[in-house]
Design a protein around this ligand. Structure first.
Ligand SMILES: Cc1cc2nc3c(=O)[nH]c(=O)nc-3n(C[C@H](O)[C@H](O)[C@H](O)COP(=O)(O)OP(=O)(O)OC[C@H]3O[C@@H](n4cnc5c(N)ncnc54)[C@H](O)[C@@H]3O)c2cc1C
Length: 523
């Protein structure tokens, strides 16, 4: 076998997967048909859940240094600000990163690319996947090399991170049902002043459409996203100047435009792959799902796909888990993509519909309903959890097993909450997200003594933390609705795999071998 994993595509999704495999010591080969990294900003919003993953990867500080934190969002209609979501407040207790980080896709790719090089893996540019065949225990890929010649390469697994027109998806006969939208989007990186609230996202709803203003690095720099007015849809080579009249009429007469450094239009579609895996091939990111950019979810969802598959491929590649573990990738990520498509599609249709009724709905009804709903803290927190992707859960996955969990405690499949705890009596308060790496499994034991029987060790994969009784710990656990006694077994990607009240060695050993398919079995 030439490599354990062949990663096709070095966009954000492929770079994240390559990083996850490299840091876990799994041999991978990453190729891209382009001659080098993309220089286009494209996606711009980095969500809290992605920043949590960046922190595990050791690149969050660099991302925070380069990006701009949008700590709130404002909704405007008919020239008036109708709603405000204080993201910082709404997400403060949920994550160390209660904001949307505005950082261009090119910068995200550069940071992940630097990290990958530092761990000894380089992208093979100018190299295109042109054919793919699957055998019982490997796949054979035909690559077109920079000099125009071909070479075949064998890999145990192939990860299609090759975007919306994925060759991996097509060569694996995975269909991509969905439809294109008739509307055409535009993006413009501008220097403008106007009514926008600085350092926050500003959404202008109007009779015939919408404009999003994202704050960018530098004074008065804004990324504007909108849909082309109907009259311009069939015009070739639309320029920024062409959209200025509609922009000015809706975002206010006070809008003063100084410059535009990048303008691009693009057509979008909403599609999800019918399967995320065919034998030895997987699809991730835009190869698996595409949808409207409303909500800044696209790039982030691809990064979460890669984080989900990365630890599973690593355990299988290192012989620590059986291949059945890989079934859970599609089981967990396909429903997330379908839900995202449904929500973004519904939201998109409301914000772009050309009908007069939709115009009234958009500029009057939605604006008022949003203003009313967003006055409730609970709804603000729900909105933050949804947009930040911290609320994503895998409760229906086969990897999720809740035993006797009480009330509204976190349950299996939920992201393990962000906690500050003393892990030893009289010790310091640790931020668990910072303290723990994501190389293994963590078993947290609350409100009960260390289990008397020897716990399974799984070759050093399982770390046990018996959290001491302490007033500060109790208050923190109560805040996170974790009842005591309880135990939580947390997967490498931070989701709860198994949880319950009284700790039982048998239940844990069974979970590890039957659900995670770990090979060591009970010690
Ligand atoms: C103008 C524009 C604006 C956007 N704005 C936003 C936004 O605001 N928010 C948001 O979330 N998303 C946005 N998106 C979408 C976002 O860019 C994508 O979701 C993101 O790029 C997906 O990353 P990916 O790695 O899955 O795929 P891609 O970035 O498409 O990367 C795929 C890579 O695979 C390579 N490749 C393809 N075929 C082959 C092959 N056969 N062999 C080898 N290599 C191959 C390509 O060269 C490419 O580098 C925007 C997209 C565009 C075009």
């Amino acid at each position: 076998m030439d490599t354990e994993v062949l990663i096709v595509g070095a966009g954000p999704t492929g770079l994240m997967l390559a990083n996850q495999l490299a840091r876990r010591g799994v041999p991978a080969h990453i190729i891209d048909r382009h001659s080098g990294p993309s220089l286009q900003t494209r996606a711009l919003g980095v969500q809290a859940r992605t920043l949590e993953i960046y922190s595990k990867l050791g690149i969050v500080d660099r991302a925070l240094e380069l990006g701009k934190r949008a700590t709130g969002a404002n909704l405007w209609a008919e020239g008036r600000k109708t709603a405000h979501v204080p993201l910082g407040e709404a997400g403060r207790s949920a994550t160390p990163y209660p904001y949307i980080l505005i950082l261009g896709q090119d910068d995200n790719e550069r940071i992940m690319g630097d990290r990958l090089r530092a761990s000894g893996t380089t992208v093979q540019w100018n190299t295109e996947l042109v054919d793919l065949a699957q055998q019982a225990d490997h796949a054979t890929a035909t690559l077109k090399l920079p000099d125009g010649t071909s070479r075949t390469i064998t890999a145990a697994w192939v990860a299609g991170c090759d975007g919306a027109h994925s060759a991996v998806r097509e060569l694996s006969a995975i269909t991509f049902p969905g439809a294109p939208y008739e509307h055409v989007f535009y993006v413009a990186d501008t220097e403008v002043t106007g009514t926008m609230v600085a350092d926050e996202v500003n959404v202008y709803l109007w009779q015939a459409g919408f404009h999003l203003f994202f704050p960018m690095r530098g004074k008065d720099h804004w990324r504007i996203v909108g849909i082309l007015p109907a009259g311009l849809r069939d015009t070739r080579d639309v320029k920024f100047e062409d959209v200025i009249p509609s922009l000015r009429s809706e975002a206010g007469a006070a809008l003063s435009i100084k410059s535009c450094s990048w303008f691009s239009t693009y057509r979008i579609a909403h599609r999800a792959a019918s399967r995320f895996r065919a034998g030895r091939c997987f699809v991730l990111g835009d190869a698996a799902h595409i949808h409207s950019p409303v909500g800044a979810q696209g790039m982030n969802t691809g990064l979460q796909d890669a984080y989900n598959l990365g630890w599973k491929l690593a355990l299988v590649g290192k012989g620590q888990a059986g291949v059945a573990l890989l079934d859970s990738y599609e089981q967990e990520r396909l429903p997330i993509a379908q839900r995202l498509l449904d929500t973004t599609d519904r939201a998109f249709r409301v914000v772009v519909s050309d009908s007069a009724l939709a115009g009234v709905l958009r500029s009057k009804v939605i604006a008022r309903i949003a203003a009313f709903l967003m006055s409730f803290e609970k709804i603000q927190r729900f909105a933050f959890r949804t947009v930040s992707q911290t609320g994503i859960h895998y409760r229906s996955s086969r990897l999720s097993q809740s035993l006797d969990v009480k009330g509204n405690s976190p349950r299996a499949g939920d992201r393990f909450p962000w906690l500050q705890l003393k892990l030893s009596a009289g010790g310091p308060v640790d931020d668990l997200y910072r303290k723990l790496d994501d190389a293994g499994l963590d078993l947290f034991v609350f409100g009960q003594p260390s289990p008397r029987e020897a716990m399974p060790d799984e070759g050093g994969l399982l770390r046990i933390h018996v959290v001491p009784a302490d007033a500060a710990n109790d208050a923190e656990l109560a805040r996170a609705k974790i009842s005591q006694p309880s135990f939580y077994l947390v997967r490498p990607d931070g989701y709860i795999g198994l949880c319950g009240a009284g700790i039982h060695r048998e239940a844990i050993a069974r979970y590890l071998s039957e659900r995670l398919h770990l090979k060591n079995g009970p010690a």
